[in-house]
Design a protein around this ligand. Structure first.
Ligand SMILES: NC(=O)CC[C@H](NC[C@@]1(O)OC[C@@H](O)[C@@H](O)[C@@H]1O)C(=O)O
Length: 267
């Protein structure tokens, strides 16, 4: 006898609830923001030793949510490949995980304004002999399923054997065990794994055309507007800069997210 699972009536469209007076952002549960995130993309989004989610993206989102009037923010770890679908089908109100904004992804979800533009990085062991992207020819390259790295590698690293992983931790274990020769992930996460395991960077590929944004279900204009307003305030009052310096010390700082008075390049 198949168990009949009664879904708690949350009304509204399949992607969470429709906005109403007591639920202006159309959240699944009024007053709570449910966030789909990742546990192993340090320092963007990761779980610390007590299992709490933290990192640049996490702290920036919590700041923005506070500015939007919501302080009850619940993070859940996901595989990256299922994250956008889970937001699109209303399981979560938002995806926060250094998710690059692309037109392809906009077919599934909507995005806030961008809040972080950086690089995609190939990391490898000191003994692999891989010193640049040409060194990837004939080699086994790890990618996390569903990432921009996967899409880029399929298009550009056609002489490599791509090996798909559910997350960075399993991919890095494969690099360390020699099951793959290199892994392709985000710059700051790469730096974190390099420090942890003595790995080295072989290539940094700019991804400025796909800055990270908060992913939300389509047709949630009130929620999107509140997130964008909070992001703009956090950038203008220097909160963004403070978090960037905390989580990415020493990294070059993109100017476009600094207070207007500190932006030197012409508009
Ligand atoms: N957390 C992940 O594994 C996401 C991997 C990958 N992040 C790319 C990105 O959003 O990372 C932060 C910034 O460097 C962006 O420029 C970049 O596109 C993606 O969106 O597919």
């Amino acid at each position: 006898m198949a168990a009949v699972i009664a879904l708690s009536g949350c009304g509204g469209s399949s992607a969470g609830s429709s906005p109403s007076a007591d639920n202006p952002y159309g959240l699944i549960e009024p007053g709570t923001i449910r966030v789909a995130s990742l546990g192993d993309s340090k320092p963007y989004t990761f779980t610390d030793s007590s299992g709490n989610f933290t990192g640049f993206d996490v702290e920036l989102f919590k700041d923005v949510a506070h500015r939007a009037g919501v302080d009850n923010v619940v993070f859940t770890g996901q595989d990256f490949s299922g994250l956008l679908a889970a937001v699109a089908n209303g399981q979560f109100d938002v995806g926060v995980a250094a998710i690059g904004i692309t037109d392809k992804r906009k077919e599934t979800v909507d995005f806030s304004e961008g809040y972080l533009a950086g690089y995609l990085t190939v990391i490898t062991t000191k003994t692999s002999g891989i010193k640049d992207v040409d060194g990837l020819n004939g080699k086994r390259l790890g990618v996390v399923q569903g990432t921009l790295q996967e899409a880029y590698a399929v298009k550009n690293f056609t002489s490599s054997q791509l090996v798909r992983f559910p997350d960075n931790n399993t991919a890095i274990s494969a690099v360390n065990s020699g099951a793959v020769d290199a892994h392709f992930l985000d710059y700051e996460a790469a730096k974190s794994y390099q420090d942890q395991f003595g790995l080295v960077s072989a290539a940094d590929i700019p991804s400025f055309d796909a800055p990270a944004g908060f992913a939300i279900a389509k047709n949630k204009p009130e929620f999107k507007e509140a997130l964008n307003k909070g992001l703009a305030e956090a950038m203008e009052d220097g909160t963004w800069k403070k978090l960037y310096q905390k989580w990415f010390p020493g990294s070059p700082m993109p100017e476009q997210y600094l207070p207007k008075a500190e932006q030197t390049s012409s508009p």
